[in-house]
Design a protein around this ligand. Sequence first.
Ligand SMILES: C[S@@+](CC[C@H](N)C(=O)[O-])C[C@H]1O[C@@H](n2cnc3c(N)ncnc32)[C@H](O)[C@@H]1O
Length: 273
Amino acid sequence: MSNLQPSAPVGDVTLFTAVDRTKDPGFFTHFLDQANELARTGKPLILEALRLAPGQIVLDLGCGTGADVIDIAQHVGSDGRVVGVDVSEALIAEARRRWGDTELPVEFRIGDAQELEFDDGSFDACRTERMLMHVPDEQRALAEMVRVTRRGGRVAVFDFDWDMHIVDSLHKDTTRTVVRSFSDGLQHGWIGRQLPRFFREHGLTDVTVVPHVLFLTLEFYELLLGGHLVRIQGEGVLTPEEVERWWTDLRAKAERGEFVAALTALIVAGSKP
Ligand SMILES: C[S@@+](CC[C@H](N)C(=O)[O-])C[C@H]1O[C@@H](n2cnc3c(N)ncnc32)[C@H](O)[C@@H]1O
């Protein structure tokens, strides 16, 4: 690896749309483990928004390696059931490998959020975390979440708004280019700010909106942005020198204990009337 690159393994997280078609699906598993470690503080907020009760049947869409499915199963108990669905065969295989032995009532299925196989009203609650930003037709995915939830059931989404991304850098222009190009490189970089409106447009009521700020480590930041910055250098958006200067400043800050970078997610939930 050239000294112009970050030290983290290079993978492009804007490709969560199609993990199985990337060269290294293992990168995404590693990324999810690190991301979930950081995102832990948001988990109770989503559970609260879902208003779960023992015995309920719950869907986790875009479940990745399945840790949240297990967590929810502990809340609904042995009379409940949790189904995790993900479009990636590699991630569902990893979820089955990790949790195949559990006695909890869980099930992992391959499926596309835009076209779910379930009947109308099959679930008491449906949630998705950090998925809608990657789905080409996010409106259709949200419509599917509403369709498969029963009347009176709860729908909840956790997603970032990628322009609510701060980092304390000496290089303001480069920072703005990084933030903007990453946000625009996703299918829906503004999904966070749009969710409250989308929920109302999809007929959900009793809509709750909770912002959640996550502070990042430099190690995770390199994992998050490394692949993207390699790609945009190749596209001529930033020069290798600009990127190198940017990382050098951030690494120096981290060594002094002064690294500050944060993302803001919105946790939006609503009831199906
Ligand atoms: C950033 S990961 C989040 C995974 C998991 N929710 C978590 O919190 O660890 C996004 C997930 O959405 C999945 N995904 C992307 N597009 C999808 C689609 N159309 N249908 C179902 N899952 C999808 C990806 O395969 C990936 O597992």
